[in-house]
Design a protein around this ligand. Structure first.
Ligand SMILES: [Zn+2]
Length: 581
């Protein structure tokens, strides 16, 4: 590929929206352009790299027995309705109608269609275990996007397994764990942590492969003593012992302007662990139905101690609710509570579900809202002053927490979830998936869903593999193997030799990006550093005087001259070096 014809220009400065260092470099090096928040165009360099990432994933999933298919981007909403996932996924799911009025969705994932396919294709026990996968674009209307690392539109690998029983699913988990680790090693994104992603301590859990990095907006809790590792949003932890003291009489106090926990604790001069934090969500119930048969819309009031945060994942499970949305002030007032000064005291409504964290319920004499602007109660006690529909662990792991298994301190680390392994039961059941077993009986297969996003992976590679001058991509995914720069291309002799070299390298099967532009050596060499291809060849007057072409690795400062005769073997040796790095 000639740089003079390459579609996409390198930029001297990153565009305003580029958040992380890696994304800024991907933009400057003409790999990506952001079209809208979390929505990207891939330029030729970016697409070549994305295709190489995809090829590596494909090889590894093929190696564990996967067969590639492609399921559609646009899916029928009725399928999602039958499995209940229409409500589960909530506002992340974009829904629309076609011209005939049929309801459609833009898939956020493909479990429902995978089950539908399995139902049409798998009839007998002889056809299992079945494993098929695809690459497809998904759109998730996330409330928070952080560039390429948390995009709204992205291509992902999704692989779906159908097994006879839980033991078969375990094998699929192990195979995918190994395959994903191999992929990430080949992308030079290792080591990764395998973190539990399911609430609770049950043996079988969903999992995530997690790359620790400060740019990530996920986090993971790890116990260095016993090895227990879990996504922070679901991790269990040992709650501190609540104070032991007698219940004191309820006392209403004026707390003007104290509508945050910090302001309240400062104003009343109490530690935050002696206050209660109340957070409201709206959600459709999974279990309860309204009169018309539709799932009941609930207002979920979650109460944790002021020194903790609500874990939405734990709360969803405790409340048996679909996707949680922040509740509107009007909905909060409708049940008799006051935003900023809310508590369960004296409020009751048929649509209200009160979920209290087990530690908050056990802590005596808390400061709690009085459901009246500017007022709180002191000495609020669970059981005496308020009750709950559910008491459960709904708190996210705070800093300084201890391991529930062994009591050692938990370490919290920021990072990025790169791959997910999911146990999926209910969709198969809801969609009536069954096959005939050897004894003639009808059985339901056990479904596993495994995913990995391509854009996020590319973003993280750029984040991990760069220096001040630009990208420094692993040879496995760099868009080209060799960056050939003609220094002084205005000189007919140099241009002629560079052209000849470009043709011979290409003819030898190498992927060459050839800078044939009429630009200054500084501009060209800076662009080569920015684009980050592992090997650079510079051909100019000076290198010719020294007897050939100057060779340099992107990863190091050394440069040396190689004669035309030695170039093929030198390049082969260098490529072996950078590819095995
Ligand atoms: Zn532990």
């Amino acid at each position: 590929m000639r740089m003079s014809r390459l579609f996409g220009e390198t930029l001297r400065r990153p565009p305003a929206e580029a958040g992380s260092a890696g994304q800024a470099l991907l933009a400057r090096a003409a790999y990506l352009r952001q079209h809208a928040p979390g929505v990207f165009s891939y330029l030729p360099l970016g697409l070549r790299t994305a295709d190489k990432i995809k090829r590596i994933i494909r090889q590894e999933i093929d190696a564990i027995g996967g067969q590639e298919v492609r399921m559609p981007l646009v899916q029928s909403a009725s399928l999602w309705d039958r499995s209940g996932r229409l409500r589960e996924v909530g506002d992340d799911l974009v829904q629309f109608r076609d011209r005939a009025g049929r309801k459609l969705v833009l898939g956020t994932s493909h479990e429902d269609i995978a089950v539908e396919l399995a139902r049409s294709e798998i009839h007998s026990h002889r056809q299992r275990p079945a494993l098929f996968y695809h690459f497809q674009t998904v759109f998730r209307d996330e409330p928070r996007t952080s560039g390429i690392l948390r995009a709204r539109e992205f291509e992902m690998l999704a692989s779906y397994s159908f097994d006879r029983d839980e033991a078969g699913l375990e094998i699929q988990f192990e195979k995918h764990r190994t395959a994903f680790r191999r992929v990430l090693r080949r992308l030079e994104l290792d080591p990764v942590l395998a973190a539990r992603a399911g609430v609770g301590l049950a043996e079988a859990s969903d999992e995530e492969l997690f790359f620790p990095t400060d740019v990530g907006d996920d986090s993971v809790a790890t116990c260095d003593a016993c090895g227990h590792t879990a996504s922070r949003k679901v991790a269990a932890f040992k709650k501190p012992e609540p104070e032991r003291e007698p219940q004191r009489p309820l006392e209403k106090v004026a707390t003007p302007d104290a509508d945050t926990i910090a302001a309240l604790a400062a104003f009343l001069q109490v530690p935050t662990e002696r206050t209660a934090k109340v957070v409201f969500f709206s959600a459709a119930s999974r279990g309860a139905r309204a009169a018309d048969g539709a799932p009941r819309e609930l207002l979920v009031m979650a109460l944790v101690r002021g020194d903790m945060e609500v874990s939405e994942a734990k709360l969803r499970l405790a409340a048996n609710a679909c996707a949680l949305r922040p509740a509107e002030a009007a909905a909060i007032r409708r049940i008799g509570a006051e935003p900023g000064f809310a508590s369960p005291i004296g409020v009751a409504h048929e649509d209200l579900l009160v979920v209290v964290d087990d530690l908050a319920a056990a802590t005596p004499n808390l400061v709690c809202g009085a459901n009246e602007p500017g007022y709180h109660y002191r000495n609020v006690n669970y059981g005496r002053d308020y009750g709950a529909d559910v008491v459960a662990d709904i708190a996210a792991v705070p800093a300084g927490a201890s391991c529930l298994r062994c009591g050692a301190p938990l370490r919290l680390a920021a990072g990025i979830e790169l791959a997910s392994l999911h146990r999926f039961g209910s969709a198969a059941q809801a969609l009536g998936l069954a096959y005939q077993d050897a004894d003639g009986s009808l059985r339901q297969p056990v479904l596993g869903a495994f995913g990995m996003g391509l854009g996020r992976t590319l973003g993280l590679i750029a984040e991990v593999h760069h220096d001040d001058a630009g990208l420094r991509l692993p040879a496995s995914v760099a868009p080209f193997q060799v960056h050939l720069v003609a220094i002084g291309a205005a000189d007919a002799d140099i241009l002629e030799r560079a052209e000849a070299l470009y043709y011979s390298l290409s003819a030898a099967g190498l992927e060459v990006l050839y800078d044939d532009r009429d630009a200054s050596p500084g501009v060209k060499l800076n662009d080569a550093d920015l684009i980050g291809i592992p090997l650079r060849l510079a051909l100019g007057k000076r290198s010719l005087e020294q007897g050939g072409v100057e060779l340099k690795r992107r990863s190091g400062p050394e440069r040396w001259t190689v004669s035309a005769a030695d170039l093929p073997s030198a390049l082969t040796a260098e490529l072996e070096q950078v590819e095995s790095a």
